[in-house]
Design a protein around this ligand. Structure first.
Ligand SMILES: Cc1ncc(COP(=O)(O)O)c(C=O)c1O
Length: 391
């Protein structure tokens, strides 16, 4: 079927929730994507921070295919090898104690929310401390609870009523945080260390450290949403590891299984026994094929690779910070926001014609290349970006 015919069919049968670009991707190899006409693109988006190892990684593909042939699904009434092994690796590399597996970022955040509320209910009585503080500009997902947690009005229109118990406070404002933490009804604070959908807007180290110490003092849980920042994206396995803080729990998804749908909610010491049989669940969560993929991803996320992620991020920053048409660069590692004079969506379209796939976040250009992108292609993509954003 031609690309044009496919687009017509897509518009006829797919719910119109995505403003798609005019490209049909059919294949990927390494850091390259190929469209239906055989044109090659350098991927600077990783399918929104998902394909951290690029496309067709041999070890990942073998692990996934072998597992698909061996046992593709068993459901969570039984033990399966890859799920248990994955939980162990995740806990050993993060300081968390237990894992609940889901299938997406929003679902992983639902688990964070439920675990925090149940912890508070067990200690203080049901509904005594249901409130979760989140930040304006945040994004936590598209389910009703995670939308309610999301601190951006634009996502809320037409979907009310929302679950109660979320209060939004301004980011990087320590006095506002201190004031909110005095509320009697608060059980947790939920943060992204870098607001991805919010424009690649980072929290300061000072704010994150204050958030940790203030919540600790008041027996309020610190929850992190590492859906976009996790799995090596910022140059640490999880981004909180840059700041010498340990959250009480965190969520992750996107890059975790290298392109297969998987989310995880990692629970620390305080929360490890909170979820009990029947209190939460997921049919597909921790599915053996996704878990095998995630094990292959984690095996590749070595110290050496993470150092390279940081070096590549610093290179992009150096090159673009002083480039004509660029107002500033935000973010960390290979999660970068480029503030530009031009309209970001128009810039993304121009880059597509030049064979570079990039993303937007608010009116910033957003770069989330595969963590394994070779230097040569990275430099080519950066040069293209420089030319396109120039006045
Ligand atoms: C920080 C953050 N949390 C949650 C989500 C939702 O993840 P999913 O689309 O997998 O439900 C996203 C998606 O962009 C995200 O960036």
């Amino acid at each position: 079927m031609s690309g044009e015919a496919l687009q017509t069919l897509d518009q006829q049968y797919i719910a119109n929730t995505y403003a798609r670009f005019d490209v049909v991707f059919v294949r990927g190899k390494g850091c390259f994507l190929f469209d239906d006409k055989g044109k090659r693109y350098i991927d600077m988006g990783s399918g929104i921070a998902v394909s951290g190892l690029g496309y067709g990684d041999k070890a990942w593909a073998k692990a996934v295919c072998d597992q698909a042939k061996t046992l593709s699904h068993a459901c969570n009434l039984y033990y399966t090898q890859p799920q248990t092994q994955l939980a162990r690796v995740l806990c050993e590399r993060t300081g968390m104690k237990k894992v609940f597996f889901a299938n997406s970022g929003a679902e992983a955040n639902e688990c964070l929310i439920k675990a925090a509320r149940k912890y508070a209910a067990n200690r203080h009585g049901e509904d005594k401390k249901p409130v979760i503080l989140t930040l304006t500009g945040s994004f936590h997902g598209r389910t009703l609870a995670t939308l309610a947690a999301t601190g951006q009005e634009s996502f809320h229109h037409d979907f009310g009523p929302f679950p109660e118990g979320f209060v939004h406070i301004p980011p990087n404002d320590i006095p506002a945080l201190e004031a909110a933490l005095w509320r009697e009804d608060v059980c947790a604070l939920l943060l992204e260390t870098i607001q991805g959908e919010g424009g690649v807007a980072p929290l300061t180290a000072e704010y994150l450290q204050a958030a940790r110490s203030l919540t600790e003092e008041r027996d309020i849980l610190l929850l992190l949403d590492e859906v976009q920042t996790g799995n090596g994206r910022t140059g640490m396995l999880y981004s909180y590891q840059h700041f010498e803080i340990l959250p009480d729990a965190f969520s992750t998804a996107k890059g975790l299984a290298g392109g297969l749908p998987m989310g995880a909610c990692l629970l620390g010491e305080k929360l490890e026994d909170t979820l009990t049989p029947g209190s939460h669940g997921s049919t597909f969560g921790g599915n053996p094929v996704c878990a095998a993929g995630a094990l292959a991803v984690l095996e590749r996320l070595t110290r050496e690779l993470l150092l390279e992620v940081r070096a590549k991020g610093e290179y992009i920053r150096r090159e673009l910070e002083t480039a004509p048409g660029v107002l500033g660069v935000t973010g960390q590692g290979l999660m970068l926001g480029i503030e530009i004079h031009k309209d970001a969506r128009e810039v993304v379209k121009m880059l597509l014609t030049r064979g570079v796939v990039a993303l937007t976040a608010k009116n910033r250009l957003r770069l989330l290349p595969p963590l394994t992108i070779p230097w040569k292609e990275l430099k080519q993509a950066v040069n293209q970006i420089k030319e396109v954003v120039a006045p």
